[in-house]
Design a protein. Structure first.
Length: 457
């Protein structure tokens, strides 16, 4: 029944939108891109499990919305009879609208999302409004958000723009409007970092010092220590860190260790990282500060080309971390980042070796490295090598998404003919669907149609 309904929707989209597009524009690029996207919709009609189909339609909806085709994106959302599917597709459609600078369209699509999930779209809308200089509108959008953590996340994107525009008082007021001292401290920290990056170091120190005591939260001082360390002022960073209490002091030391590594001081960095107390502390989304600092040092070593040293550092992280279940596999995560660094530095053979070792324990992290190698090949126009490498994926979904990039780069370089033949011969409907999206993106890039986009706040 569900598949029959989709075919009706596909037919309706093709007919209705075909008429609308012809009325609005005769640009062949837009028409061809829409045709390819509809083809991807049809290829996704019978995919299982539902999560794979939702991810595919999210991608298609974003492309439709970026073209200004809100009705196409909305129909894809209406296909799903569960809230999660509809909401996820609509959130992607909002992001596509903003990518295409169709702000009014994005705002309207956001109203169709359930209240529980609407905040994700509103956060993107607020950031876009701030980027366009419409700070009052952005703050109004934030005020409508029901989720306080999401509003804080959105503020994190907006605060640097406010500081850059000279609206520091407005930024501070936005912080003071938060509900509790810790939330206020988080936003003040964003202001401190933005001031520092704008070169107003004295103001950053004044803001951090004044508000850490005023709001009874030390996060602004932690941020000040972090930015001092990032710029190589390690003595200042350590002086500030010494004033921090409890776990915040260890956070600061971890950041100092990472910054020392960035400046090539690996021995000193490891000495500080090892001095941070262990065992694990329970945090929702991270390993202990002790092992996070060690992992960061290993990443930096790899980015600088010291692979042997990086792998040796990674071995300091235990494979099993019983004190914090969510951190299981953290060593493999760090090794995957070493492999990604190898790929980005052009050491593709080493990266593949790292991927193959990882796949014996954690397929996901191995595939992350394979993806990086594939993207390096496509970035250099080495399409055949990218296709060969993509056959190493253990995850079908990973491979399909990478085929989108391969198809896009190939079509942009050589036109449709060769890539269409290759895509048509792919055995998987999912692979062909993502390849169609990639070709559509390339076609749109070549299109001369710009279309008027609204940016009304």
């Amino acid at each position: 029944m569900r598949n029959k309904l989709l075919w009706v929707i596909v037919a309706a989209i093709t007919c209705i939108c075909g008429e609308n597009v012809l009325a609005a524009t005769t640009d062949p690029g837009n028409l061809r891109a829409k045709q390819l996207l509809h083809q991807a919709v049809q290829l996704g009609a019978e995919l299982d499990p539902p999560g794979i189909q939702i991810d595919l339609y999210k991608t298609i909806a974003e492309e439709f919305a970026a073209m200004g085709a809100a009705s196409d994106a909305n129909r894809l959302a209406e296909y799903f009879n569960v809230k999660r599917g509809r909401d996820n597709v609509l959130i992607s459609a909002v992001r596509g609208s903003l990518k295409g600078k169709y702000l009014d369209q994005g705002i309207e699509l956001a109203t169709l999302i359930t209240e529980e999930e609407r905040g994700w779209a509103q956060a993107d809308i607020a950031r876009f409004q701030a980027e366009e200089g419409h700070f009052e509108a952005a703050q109004e959008t934030l005020a409508e958000m029901k989720s306080s953590p999401l509003a804080e996340y959105a503020l994190g994107e907006i605060i640097p723009l406010m500081v850059k525009a000279g609206r520091v008082r407005d930024a501070i007021q936005a912080a003071l409007d938060r509900d509790d001292d810790h939330s206020k401290g988080q936003v003040i920290s964003m202001i401190v970092r933005a001031q520092f990056h704008e070169g107003d170091i004295e103001a950053a120190h004044e803001t951090a010092t004044a508000f850490s005591s005023k709001i009874n939260d030390q996060w602004p001082l932690l941020t000040l220590s972090n930015v001092e360390a990032e710029t190589g002022h390690f003595q200042k960073a350590e002086e500030i860190a010494s004033k921090l209490k409890g776990q915040l002091r260890y956070f600061a030391l971890g950041h100092i260790a990472e910054s020392l590594a960035n400046y090539g001081e690996f021995s000193q960095a490891l000495e500080i990282a090892k001095s941070i107390p262990s065992p694990m502390h329970r945090y929702e989304d991270s390993p202990s500060t002790h092992f996070r600092a060690i992992g960061k040092i290993a990443e930096v070593q790899a980015r600088k080309g010291y692979y042997k040293e990086a792998l040796s550092t990674a071995q300091l992280i235990p494979r099993q971390m019983s004190a914090c279940d969510i951190c299981e596999g953290y060593r493999d995560e760090i090794v995957s980042r070493i492999g990604i660094a190898q790929a980005q530095r052009g050491d593709l053979g080493l990266a593949i070796q790292t991927a193959e070792k990882l796949k014996k324990s954690t397929a996901y992290y191995g595939d992350e490295v394979v993806k990086s190698v594939t993207l390096v090949h496509t970035g250099k126009g080495q399409i055949e090598a990218a296709i060969r490498t993509s056959k190493r994926f253990r995850s079908h979904d990973f491979r399909a998404r990478t085929y989108q990039t391969i198809a896009e780069d190939w079509a942009r370089r050589d036109g449709e003919k060769g890539v269409m033949k290759w895509a048509s011969e792919l055995s998987s409907r999912l692979d062909r669907a993502y390849a169609s999206i990639g070709i559509a993106r390339a076609v749109l890039d070549k299109s001369t149609t710009t279309g008027p986009a609204s940016s009304t706040p």
